[in-house]
Write a protein that binds this ligand. Sequence first.
Ligand code: ADP
Ligand code: MG
Length: 370
Amino acid sequence: MANDSNQSAQASTALPIHIQGLTKRYGQMYALDSVDLEIRSGEFLTLLGPSGSGKTTLLMAIAGFNRPDAGSIRFGDTEMILTPPHKRDVGMVFQSYALFPHMSVAENVAFPLKLRKIGAAECAERVAEALATVQLSEFGERGIDQLSGGQRQRVALARAFVFGPRILLMDEPLSALDKKLREHMQIELKHLHEKLGVTTVYVTHDQREALTMSDRIAVINDGRLAQVDTPHAIYNHPANAFVADFIGESTMLPLSRDSVGRLTFGDQAVTAEAPADAAADHLLVVRPERLFVLGAEAADPEKTIRFDGTVREFVFQGETAFALVVVDDRYELSVRFSTDSASSQNELQPGDRVSLGLHREDLITIPDSA
Ligand code: ADP
Ligand code: MG
């Protein structure tokens, strides 16, 4: 986050967003179903979910472009639900950029300042500053059709923050760019956020992008929030099967119970105690990179869960390799290895019997909601 005095002065003008009970229906369909979300002042929060999950609907509700059926949206202490978009003072980057094709780059960026009746001299100064921030100082006189996709994206961004909004909203702003440019812009946007210190709500369906950029991620599914937490916590402690499945790779194994209610896989206890949610079925979430091949020596069952299986497939992919290992003739575990050493795990063959280990501190159990 911002830490020099100049930056924190800007950051102090950022606003928190309090969303309560937000509901939006289209006919019988709930695009948003009673969403509660606290967005902190100055944070970079990403709404992450599959197509149709309600991300754009939520962002547009914050911007004021749609009217929810119920609920509250406060910016700081001020209720906004009835405030029209142009009075919310929010910067917005649309997926399509929505630039004005007949205006130059500088005119596009100046547009929100003109709307706010900012004088010509100040306007020119602010436009120059915004273009410098997005590294387009030399491009002010160009037409939009003379720009690459990445440059258009920067113009849309400059136009969104040039007037000093306290909230910045972005709807899949990088989705039209190729992979390399997209990854470059992810880092640039992150730095821009640090510089501006503005409360930012960012929409993507790309879990890697969300993990890369965010202070916190709100995972949304079918108009409901599935989990809101830091990238680290979302990945390492998914709250439910949807989050475990949507973020990162995983295999989910059904767990049983022993006589005292502890969760078990085969004859191994997975938990030290019965889970709080005593009635529910549970799943073990196994991440491919957390599994490792056990050598000839027996692993300490106090520290390690063991899976005995047969290699079905082994694929070398350069810096990593992965194997599919069938356990109990039923469950296919995906295992990912780093290939930087010539260890025995680089020589797995289909049909090999293999024992995989998983450290107990890497165990993730979730209720099976299905
Ligand atoms: P996302 O941005 O996550 O892809 P949206 O917020 O655009 O999802 O849409 C959520 C759901 O609401 C989808 O099922 C979509 O079809 C529906 N929806 C969105 N806008 C409208 C609209 N104007 N009229 C009817 N249904 C809509
Ligand atoms: Mg959308």
